[in-house]
Design a protein around this ligand. Structure first.
Ligand SMILES: *[C@@H]1O[C@H](CO)[C@@H](O)[C@H](O)[C@H]1NC(C)=O
Ligand SMILES: *[C@@H]1O[C@H](CO)[C@@H](O)[C@H](O)[C@H]1NC(C)=O
Length: 509
């Protein structure tokens, strides 16, 4: 036992010194938890569960829950919003649990269900912001079963506390809302959410306090026609119509406002606007010059998802490069000032979503989406992976490496504590179940080798920063993954493009 513990500690030291993104979960195919085996069999028999139709696309971490969204592009998705309990015994390929329930995920139930969710975002006030795009199927078989709606859940009670349907003026005929960013003020009421309308080329702002939304238009939301060609996993396709996609708010500036960074998917350019403009409904006109060009990331830097750390480091997915990139807003945005923080031609094929949690852990989900959509996934292979790594370890040794801002009230002298500086106090409400190196000798045999609560061990003064499970595989870096077969009909249109085709909703639970 003692030997095992020593080996364990040794591996931790090695892991934290050398490894960047660590694989925590992986799946060949997704699956769901049902209340009992009978209900599961029934779901399989009736087609309410068709496992090979599930592609996870969005993630978010809040305390002991890791949320995973699965759009209803094909039949047989029992829940579009789900989570993995991080405090349960570790399983490398956990089944998904619907959030808040199967019932709360009912397809086509616009009032109390959820039809298709892509992006989710938790806030400091323990609310989960969920955009239901309301669609079933995908190009060319899409129907709008429900209107676009913002659904906000109280994560402490698992109750939906608000549903807001966008005004008709916020939506255009081509609207596809691709991403969410939150702009949190000093109080919980003072929260704004922004939504990128990728194919309608708009940016929608929503005020929690006013329970009201408005829409900005700008030519910077449009795609760059010169960079609409994509090569991913050996597939070549054109997503040339793709406008504003990844959006992310900076930390609050001296003026009390944040900067919202955004970039169209079919573009290598980054733009920005102050939330002073976005928060003000009267600015929907006459604010053309308030939108700024930030710079360019350089070749092969299409991105769909970005996040910004409290230190002003932006992390983003690089879908052409099977990689995660970084840029520190302390420097001008140009190719020399961006870096690859991690890359893997097998494991990071289509790193679909990236999030930073309260403990400054970076979470990444990769899902080989273009292969799912344009060709066919091989279910004998690992197709979906979730990784985690700390912001500091990811940016270490790159041009994005930063020291914490001087405004931080208490700067612990131990570098070990650095990653926890920005922890929200709420996190310490998670019952601490921390295995510290110096207490390991008292630890019970571990039923769960990976305990993600280690990642939030702020409440402990001698917390160590990266206590990863050394038994978790690190990423393969062997032969690059290439889709095995090319589908004859690669769409020139994106998967979400609306269409009037008939598609009957006939799932029942
Ligand atoms: C769309 O639906 C029709 C009728 O259900 C079907 O024949 C066709 O194969 C579907 N197309 C796609 C791309 O799924
Ligand atoms: C917010 O607006 C929606 C309209 O989409 C309405 O149904 C809801 O009752 C409003 N909520 C509050 C708290 O005012």
């Amino acid at each position: 036992m003692v030997n095992r513990i020593l080996i364990f500690c040794g591996l931790i030291a090695v892991a934290s010194a050398t490894v960047k993104l660590q694989e925590v979960y992986s799946w060949n195919i997704m699956d769901w938890n049902y209340p009992d085996q009978y209900l599961k069999q029934q779901a399989l028999q009736t087609g309410a569960l068709v496992r090979q139709n599930a592609l996870p696309v969005g993630i978010e971490r809040w305390r002991n829950k890791l949320f995973v969204s699965v759009p209803r592009w094909r039949p047989g998705i029992p829940a579009t919003l789900n989570y993995i309990p991080l405090d349960a015994p570790y399983e490398p390929s956990p089944k998904l649990t619907p959030y808040p329930s199967f019932k709360g995920n009912e397809l086509g139930n616009c009032e109390t269900g959820l039809t298709t969710v892509y992006r989710i975002k938790a806030d400091k006030c323990d609310r989960l912001w969920v955009l239901d795009v309301g669609t079933y199927g995908y190009d060319p078989n899409v129907t709008n079963v429900c209107p676009y709606s913002i659904n906000v859940y109280d994560l402490n009670t698992d109750q939906r506390i608000r549903r807001y349907v966008f005004r008709p003026e916020d939506i255009v005929s081509t609207t596809f809302i691709a991403n969410i960013a939150l702009d949190e003020g000093l109080t919980c009421d003072d929260t704004f959410a922004y939504f990128s309308d990728e194919l309608g080329y708009g940016l929608i702002a929503y005020s929690w306090e006013q329970n009201k939304s408005w829409r900005f238009s700008h030519s910077y939301f449009m795609p760059d026609p010169l960079v609409g060609d994509f090569n991913i996993a050996g597939l070549n396709f054109q997503w040339g119509a793709e406008g504003i996609f990844g959006i992310s708010a900076s930390p609050m500036g001296a003026d009390g406002f944040r900067t919202l960074y955004f970039s169209p998917l079919s573009s290598y350019t980054e733009f920005a606007v102050s939330t002073r403009i976005l928060r003000d409904e009267t600015k929907v006109t006459g604010s053309y010059k308030d939108f700024k060009v930030v710079g360019t990331r350089g070749r092969d830097t299409h991105t769909t998802s970005k996040v910004m750390d409290v230190t002003g480091v932006q992390l983003f997915n690089l879908i052409d490069q099977n990689a995660i990139g970084c840029w520190s807003t302390n420097f001008a945005l140009k190719p020399q000032n961006i870096a690859i923080v991690d890359k893997d031609d097998v494991g990071l094929v289509f790193p679909c979503d990236i999030k930073i949690d309260e403990g400054r852990n970076v979470w990444v989900i990769s899902d080989r989406m273009p292969v799912f959509l344009e060709s066919e996934l091989n279910y004998g292979d690992i197709n979906f992976r979730i990784y985690v790594g700390s912001v500091d370890s990811l940016t270490q040794g790159t041009v994005c490496e930063t020291s914490p801002p001087v405004t931080t009230p208490i700067i612990p002298t131990s570098p070990m504590l650095k990653p926890f500086l920005y922890h929200d106090n709420s996190v310490s409400r998670v019952p601490p179940r921390i295995l510290l190196p110096n207490t390991l000798t008292n630890a019970k045999p571990m039923t769960s080798t990976f305990n993600p609560q280690h990642l939030t061990s702020i409440s402990s003064p001698n917390a160590i920063s990266r206590l990863y499970n050394p038994f978790i595989n690190t990423k393969q870096t062997s032969k690059p993954f290439i889709a095995s077969q090319q589908s004859p009909g690669i769409h020139n249109n994106p998967w979400w493009l609306k269409n009037t085709g008939e598609y009957r909703v006939e799932e029942t639970y």
